[in-house]
Design a protein around this ligand. Structure first.
Ligand code: ZN
Length: 274
């Protein structure tokens, strides 16, 4: 079950205090094989040169994070979000990232159904641009605790259904254990996602009980209650052969020495599948 570290990727947000050059230097030095680049790290950088710098360090660019945030009660804001997502597609193409992770969004001023409709329409509007740029879009269902304002797509079933409805080879699903581990239909929906060829990305971290912050208190693998091993098995069974992506937001870990933290990440990953 254990894949070599060369098949493991880290999201740059995981070591938020580091700039992109530091992330790349340290991830590659520790033997990780990939990086998912958060857009904030590209500010004031030449994006093509940054892509080359990453590849020159032997790292694969797994994805650009993140696009989405489509729904709004304001038509103007919805249009702005489409424009921003087009810009994200340009950035991914320049960087050499094959995929953008979509945090789809929700507006508390309207129903979830309304938000879902707007998400679908917005992704549909982006498909020709994504196809022309050869960049894939992965719908990431978010835990229902975020349904108020971060995502109206909260289950794998919803993500699978939407990806199927949109019916484009560039639209698929990102499975993040943090968001979907609780779902009684998870095994079935992961299998289904594989059967419809929509499983584009796989993110891991852990859910600590007694969270101090639902957004920024994620745990290292093995620190919480998610059966990551089991979920990984379901994901692998579909034939998914992509990177395992470590993505942790944590005020606690961001406040410590990032080199020490990276060592913790490495050992928690290596212990996971023992
Ligand atoms: Zn994720």
């Amino acid at each position: 079950m254990q894949v070599p570290l060369s098949h493991v990727c880290i999201h740059s947000i995981t070591t938020k205090p580091w700039n992109i050059e530091q992330c790349v230097h340290h991830y590659s030095r520790e033997g990780f094989g990939g990086i998912s680049v958060w857009r904030n790290t590209l500010e004031n950088r030449n994006i093509q040169d940054t892509g080359k710098m990453i590849r020159d360090h032997g790292l694969e660019i797994t994805s650009l994070v993140r696009g989405g945030f489509f729904p709004s009660v304001s038509l103007e804001k919805r249009q702005k979000s489409i424009d921003d997502n087009r810009k994200a597609i340009d950035e991914a193409a320049a960087l050499g990232a094959p995929l953008i992770v979509l945090v789809c969004g929700a507006d508390p001023g309207q129903s979830l159904e309304m938000s879902r409709g707007q998400i679908k329409d917005s992704i549909e509007a982006l498909i020709p641009y994504a196809l022309a740029s050869n960049v894939k879009l992965a719908i990431e269902p978010l835990h229902p605790v975020y349904a108020g304002d971060r995502s109206a797509i909260n289950t794998m079933k919803q993500a699978n259904d939407m990806a199927l409805d949109l019916d484009s080879p560039v639209v698929g699903v990102a499975v993040d254990v943090y968001h979907v581990w609780w779902d009684p239909d998870l095994e079935y929906e992961i299998k289904r996602c594989g059967n419809i060829n929509k499983l584009f990305a796989y993110h891991i971290c852990d859910w600590k009980t007694g969270l101090s912050d639902v957004l920024n208190d994620r745990g290292l693998m093995g620190e919480g209650c998610i059966n990551i091993k089991q979920i990984t098995e379901w994901v692998r069974k579909t034939g998914f052969s992509g990177m395992e992506e470590i993505e942790i937001f944590s005020n606690l870990y961001w406040s410590m020495d990032q080199n020490e933290y990276l060592n913790k990440i490495k050992s928690s990953y290596l212990n996971l599948y023992k």
